[in-house]
Design a protein around this ligand. Structure first.
Ligand code: DGY
Length: 324
């Protein structure tokens, strides 16, 4: 006889592969609307759940955990970032939290590289010229951008995605420096030809600064007015990590006053809202949080989250518990 079926609540739409793996062993309640589940509905649905499979749009706090009840064993987040989860509240209730590291590394680094090219080469701006049917003609000085070969990429947060971006940047002829709490392995520094710098030096010497650190109270507005003042006026900022690492109002000011040259953002402070100061600027590229948005990656994220939930419900260790 197998294990008794548990109640698993999936709080948002995820690829079918993840849902099917859970349904094979448990009773699953899934939210099947592309819009995030309203909070009151969420609080109602989680009652009695043994496992929650959550998206980054859901705040997993004491209220939600208590609404689920004391039998809750795991919150399996379908994201590598887990700033939506109150970790102390989970620990107090002996609830395991897991995330999905590794499986979205390459797709997110692809988007960071794409933003580097889009901003430095003014690609989105160029596309707007065509779509708005403005007259244009090839010209020697028409829409000149900045070449990236030989330029320095400064990576803030050298985890898996930072490293994957460094590899891409190297193949584009860039040099790489990074800022991180810990140094990466010396072999990796050799392979990437990169040096660890303190934040001040990184900001002052990089042509492109790309943010890849997790969001926490320590990294809230890590890149704000002071950082923009330290950056070169011809430098670009890229953010594919979490919006609130960057002070969006200070960024809008730095971009509109020419304090820095441009920015490429895939994430925002108050998603889905975007600081109105950014919307009319041509020197910023704005993407709607697409870093992990490929069919392959989203399927791998859902499958990994499901495997985490299944493992814990079977009494096994989770595959990827969050570090925090
Ligand atoms: C994550 O997994 O944290 C990403 O932001 C999702 O795209």
């Amino acid at each position: 006889m197998g294990l008794p079926r548990s109640r698993v609540v999936i709080t948002g739409m995820i690829p079918e592969e993840g849902v099917a793996a859970l349904r094979a062993e448990h009773d699953v309640v899934a939210w099947d609307d592309a819009q995030p589940i309203p909070r009151d509905e969420l609080l109602r649905r989680v009652a009695g759940a043994d496992a929650l499979v959550t998206l980054l749009t859901e705040k997993v706090d004491a209220e939600l955990l208590d609404a689920a009840g004391p039998q809750l064993r795991i919150v399996a987040n379908v994201a590598v970032g887990y700033n939506n989860i109150d970790m102390p509240a989970c620990r107090e209730r002996n609830v395991i939290a897991t995330n999905t590291p590794g499986v979205l590394t390459e797709s997110t680094a692809d988007v960071a590289m794409a933003l580097i090219l889009m901003t430095t080469r003014r690609l989105a701006e160029g596309e707007r010229v065509i779509r708005s049917q403005q007259p244009w003609q090839w010209g020697m000085f028409f829409m000149l951008g900045t070449g990236i070969q030989g330029r320095r990429l400064g990576i803030v947060g050298m985890g898996q995605i930072g490293v994957a971006l460094a590899r891409r940047a190297k193949s584009f002829g860039m040099t790489v420096a990074y800022s991180n709490r810990r140094a990466v392995a010396p072999q990796l520094e050799d392979e990437l030809g990169c040096a660890r710098l303190d934040m001040g030096e990184l900001l002052a010497t990089s042509d492109i600064v790309s943010v890849h650190c997790p969001y926490s109270s320590e990294t809230h507005h890590l890149i704000g007015a002071e950082a923009f003042a330290a950056m070169r006026p011809n430098a670009f900022l890229i953010n594919t990590a979490r919006g609130p690492v960057v002070d969006e109002a200070a960024l809008a000011d730095a971009l509109s006053t020419g304090r820095i040259a441009g920015a490429g953002l895939d994430v925002f402070e108050n998603e889905p809202a975007v600081d109105p100061g950014l919307l009319d600027l041509d020197n910023v590229v704005l993407l709607p949080h697409l870093g992990s948005a490929t069919i392959e990656t989203r399927t791998a994220m859902a499958t990994l989250a499901a495997r985490n939930a299944l493992a814990v419900l079977r009494g096994d260790a989770p595959l990827t518990p969050v570090a925090g």
